[in-house]
Design a protein around this ligand. Sequence first.
Ligand SMILES: [Zn+2]
Length: 243
Amino acid sequence: MRYGGSTTCIAIVEGFAIRAFIDAGTGLMAFRSFGLELAGAIPVFLTHYHWDHIQGVSMLGEVWAGACLFTFIGPNDPEQMLTGAIRPPWFPVALQDAPEPVAFEGIDGPTTVGSITVTAFPVQHPQGAVGYRIDGPNRSLAIVTDHESSPDYDDVVAEAIDGVEVLVHDAQYLPEEAASHVGWGHSTWENATAMAVRMGADELILTSHDPTRSDTAVDDMIQAARSAFLNTVGAEPGLEIAL
Ligand SMILES: [Zn+2]
């Protein structure tokens, strides 16, 4: 009711205009309820193509109306991934048949969106995934969701997000649940707080909540995380981060 309900979608907003999205989970459809509008050209940066990160694309009317120039940007051939997933018989219409201009781009270095720079880096997740570093005019933010913490990969992540003030980090499992989920591609609040401490972040936002965890259980998890990193909150719909 508070933390869940939608899957991951983060909007980059200037004024009341959405300039870009990071991930396209079901949260993508909620932007109007926050009084936001789509700019004419919208890059959609995808971390990976698991259902919970792309289902908003299929349900967004503007995609099918050709109302905006959407460019889907991600690792491993986003055109093949998205058109392969959004088509009959799994969905009544095929993304391939959407009116122009839907475009696709692989990840190729930092991308500038208005006053924001978006840079991808690899994380550890089944079938591969990336995180994103977002550098704004005043502050920067790192999105490290769907990442399974491990010493080797955490070195790569820490280097990519060095100097970032706000860390959005996967915390799907409780520490006591981690051993039974090795290889599932997610982290714990202990992993998240360790990374926040390591990189000297100001603020930590725990995300990728387990779908079966109640609001109260997420509250308890945040409380536990605050013992290791005080300025910790949980990702929830409508959370705003100023950059
Ligand atoms: Zn995933």
